[in-house]
Every structure is written in C-alpha cells, then in structure tokens.
Write a protein that binds this ligand. Structure first.
Ligand code: THU
Length: 131
C-alpha cells in the first residue's frame, strides 16, 4: 500500500549527509493530497546542530504550506527497524497526530506502526491553554 512512499524514503537515504555517524536516514512524508516530501539527515561539525531526516521532510512540507499529512516512511541501514528519535516524535506529533509510520530496515523489509504507538501520553498545545 505504501510502496511509493517506501521507495522515496530509500531514495532520500542516498542523499544523507552523515560523515560523523555514518548512519544515513531517509524519510518520505505524504500529504493528504498525495504529494511526497523527502528528507535526509544533515550532520554538522558541531554535532548538536545535526538535523534528522524526519524533521527535514516535515519542515520542507510545512514551509511549502502543507498542513495535512497521511503517512511517513523512514529508512535506515540498521538491521532492526529504526524508530524516530524522541525529538522527531514530538514535532511529528505536533503537526500530524497519529499518522501511520512505516519503518524500513537495511534489507528493505518494512513494518507499519502508528505514531501514537511510539508516543503515548504526549505533550501538545492543549496543555498551553491558560483559560
Ligand atoms: N537520525 C535521524 O535522521 N532520524 C532519527 O530518528 C534518528 C537519528 C540521524 C541523526 C544523526 O545524523 C544520525 O541519525 C545518528 O544519530
């Protein structure tokens, strides 16, 4: 069902800039209208400034005016299925809520979760109400 999204995440992984970790990651985020935004991790010599593939894809989509998302695929070279990091879980939750998350392993196998599986008891803007 998500084959195109999976293929685009694998393509995005090839563009990763990961000379320090040597851990390339690719992400592909689909909008409700079917447009796909790719992202790869981009590492800085000041390690903490590195940006994950998922947030690159999300920020590209958001800055293009997109607001409605249907799924994200994430590819890495890990033998196991590599889930999004904590920071990406929060930001993805802020803008997508419970979308399907398809993880792709080094061998190309995939498995589908939901973002809510990775992020129970989430913080969101609802807690910021002062009324
Ligand atoms: N990385 C991602 O791109 N996404 C994640 O969810 C996990 C980590 C990147 C950041 C860094 O460039 C490398 O993987 C190792 O942490």
């Amino acid at each position: 069902m998500w084959q195109e999204l999976i293929d685009r995440a694998l393509e995005a992984k090839l563009k990763a800039i990961a000379p320090f970790s040597r851990f390339p990651v690719g992400a592909a985020l689909m909008t409700d209208s079917g447009i796909i935004y790719e992202g790869c991790n981009i590492e800085s010599s000041s390690y903490g400034l590195t940006m994950c593939a998922e947030r690159v894809a999300l920020f590209k989509a958001l800055s293009s005016g997109e607001r409605q998302f249907s799924a994200i695929a994430i590819a890495s070279n890990a033998d196991q299925f590599c889930p999004p990091c904590g920071a990406c879980r929060q930001v993805l939750w802020d803008f997508t809520r419970g979308i399907p998350v398809i993880l792709i392993s080094k061998s190309g196998r995939s498995i589908q979760y939901n973002l809510a599986d990775f992020f129970p008891h989430a913080f969101d803007e609802g807690f910021l109400s002062h009324e």
